[in-house]
Design a protein around this ligand. Structure first.
Ligand code: UDX
Ligand code: ADP
Length: 450
């Protein structure tokens, strides 16, 4: 029969595990939720008396304030967290492998394996183990083998896949009101019971018609499929943005008109300087690797095109700046407003700003970065990783970090002064206002500079 879950442990207190399990604690006051992580400073930040949480996410602090030390706990005692729980979420990071087999595309499953081995070693009672991290299709199989080979007698492990679809910046709203919750399980009586147990947790606030239950492998693949198709939409609109610039069409008008077709829908059609974030590129590369290992080379090539287009779009934007500034930006001052990969987050993973600034640096421009959510040290670390052959000193000769956006005030700028809108934040009205101040405004996907 399904277990009535009263104690949950989440391994990994990051962008996924933190908000997800904080919301579970809020919506399920009868469940004790413990989020564990090996990283002491991260846990300290979650526990900080003044709620200086390790990640910035609108609405998150409010949730943590309501639940922390009531039924939500943060700890580095991974073993105790595992022992006490009936249900364990594995929400550790699975970055793209940098070396070894599959380097550059396969997911690094080292953290998942470590967490799984810990679960096997520490458990003295049966557990439902839930994959929350995005993992390659069939990872649950490896987890099961590890768990079963290392478990104590009378301990059963049921593995579920429950991918997270929240987007950073809107995580709390997405968790409150998800389009769907997806749970994958083996279609055995035990697998289906485990699935019901987890469904019972979400049923505290998600209407049951929004909880989809499917087979384990379908669930694992759905996460990759959803992200690949979302990213593909952005690469499609970005490819069209280049045509707009060359023809005088306006990408926002095209996107709006295209999006009114109910088969396509209006969302996720914003042309940009390129998508970033920890998921899209990683998950597509994951799909590419999977396709290649299944000898589906045409499929692999197809999805790789989405990433290639994104790389091109990022480089194209940098080149556009150089071209508009009369072919050289050497010694010119460029303010970059925003360093995170999108609005309302401090996360910089795969941010297009990193590529852009690296390209500006190689043209020897003087770059001034402003982002109120990103700590300076993070900016230096990202820029250094992007140019491993340059020392931090060299980078800091070309790049400074500003505490305010004031350095970009028109009065203090050389003329003609330019604004490049890589996110289409300025509509016609704002563009005209900037033009009236004296700026030359150039937007992605618009042939009509003003
Ligand atoms: C994404 C998925 O949306 C989410 O479902 C999944 O769980 C994790 O990956 P996230 O990466 O947090 O979420 O943010 P998202 O809003 O999807 O944006 C990703 C990137 O695409 C950002 O750089 C964003 O600026 C860019 N983007 C998004 C566009 O360029 N145009 C758009 O229309 C939408
Ligand atoms: P995501 O965006 O997937 O949530 P993060 O990097 O923000 O990724 O968070 C993942 C967290 O998982 C990190 O805080 C990391 O310290 C933690 N972690 C990784 N491996 C383990 C492990 N074996 N045991 C406990 N925590 C782990």
């Amino acid at each position: 029969a399904p277990t009535k879950v009263t104690k949950i442990c989440c391994i990994g207190a990051g962008y996924v595990g933190g908000p997800t399990c904080a919301v579970i604690a809020l919506k399920c006051p009868h469940i004790t939720v413990t989020i564990v992580d090996l990283n002491q400073s991260r846990i300290d930040a979650w526990n900080s008396p003044d709620f200086q949480l390790p990640i910035f996410e609108p609405g998150l602090e409010d949730v943590v304030r309501q639940c922390r030390d009531r039924n939500l706990f943060f700890s580095t005692d991974v073993d105790k967290g595992i022992r006490d729980a009936e249900l364990i979420f594995v929400s550790v990071n699975t970055p793209t492998k940098k070396t070894g087999v599959g380097a550059g595309s396969a997911a690094d499953l080292n953290n998942v394996e470590r967490a799984t081995r810990r679960i096997a070693a520490m458990s003295t009672t049966s557990k439902i183990v839930v994959e929350k991290s995005t993992v390659p299709c069939r990872t649950a199989e490896s987890m099961r083998t590890i768990l079963e080979a290392n478990s104590k007698p009378n301990c059963r492990f049921d593995i579920l896949s429950n991918p997270e679809f929240l987007a950073e910046g809107t995580a709390i709203a997405d968790l409150y009101n998800p389009d769907r919750v997806l749970i994958g399980s083996l279609q055995t009586p035990e697998g289906l019971d485990a699935c019901e147990s987890l469904k019972g947790v979400y049923a505290n606030w998600v209407p049951s018609e929004h909880i989809l239950t499917v087979g384990l492998w379908s669930s694992e693949l759905t996460k990759l499929a959803a992200n690949a198709m979302l990213a593909q939409r952005i690469s499609s609109i970005n490819a069209l943005s280049a045509i707009c610039e060359a023809t005088g069409a306006n990408i926002d008008e095209v996107a709006h008109a295209v999006g009114t077709d109910s088969r396509l829908g209006p969302k996720f059609l914003k042309a940009s300087v390129g998508f970033g974030g920890s998921c899209f590129q990683k998950d597509i590369l994951n799909l590419v690797y999977l396709s290649e290992s299944l000898h589906l080379n045409e499929v692999a090539k197809y999805w790789r095109g989405v990433v290639d287009m994104n790389e091109w779009q990022k480089r194209r934007f940098g080149q556009k700046v150089v071209k508009e500034l009369f072919g050289t930006i050497t010694g010119k001052r460029i303010a970059v407003l925003g360093f995170a990969f999108k609005a309302d987050t401090g996360d910089t993973r795969e941010s297009a700003a990193i590529t852009l600034i690296r390209d500006f640096q190689s043209e020897r421009a003087l770059v001034n970065v402003y982002d109120p959510q990103v700590p300076q040290e993070q900016i230096w670390q990202d820029l250094q990783e992007a140019s491993p052959s340059s020392s931090l000193d060299t980078i800091q000769k070309h790049v400074t970090v500003s505490p305010s956006a004031i350095s970009a005030l028109y009065k203090s700028m050389n003329k003609p002064a330019f604004v490049f809108d890589g996110r289409l934040v300025f509509g016609n009205t704002e563009r005209e206002r900037l033009a009236n101040i004296g700026f030359k405004v150039i937007s992605i996907g618009r042939g009509d500079s003003i």
